[in-house]
Design a protein. Structure first.
Length: 72
C-alpha cells in the first residue's frame, strides 16, 4: 500500500470514528437538559414552600411595608 493510500484510509477511519462518537453522544444533551429541568422544578417547589410559610411571609411583608413607608 502506498503512502498516499494509507493516509487516505487513515483519514477516512478517523472521520468514521468521529461520526460514531457524535452519534453516541446525541442523547446526552437531551438527558442533561431533562435533569436540569427536574432540578429547577424541585428548587422552585422548595423555594415556594419556604416563601409561602407564615413566618417568612410576614417578614417579607414587613420589609416591603418598611420600604414603601420610606420618606423621600
Amino acid at each position: 500500500m502506498s503512502k498516499a493510500v494509507r493516509a487516505g484510509v487513515s483519514f477516512l477511519a478517523s472521520r468514521v470514528r468521529r461520526a460514531r462518537a457524535v452519534r453516541r453522544d446525541a442523547g446526552m444533551v437531551t438527558s442533561e437538559y431533562a435533569m436540569g429541568v427536574i432540578a429547577a422544578v424541585a428548587f422552585a417547589a422548595a423555594l415556594y414552600k419556604v416563601l409561602s410559610s407564615g413566618q417568612v411571609s410576614a417578614e417579607l411583608q414587613g420589609i416591603v411595608g418598611r420600604a414603601l413607608d420610606v420618606r423621600m
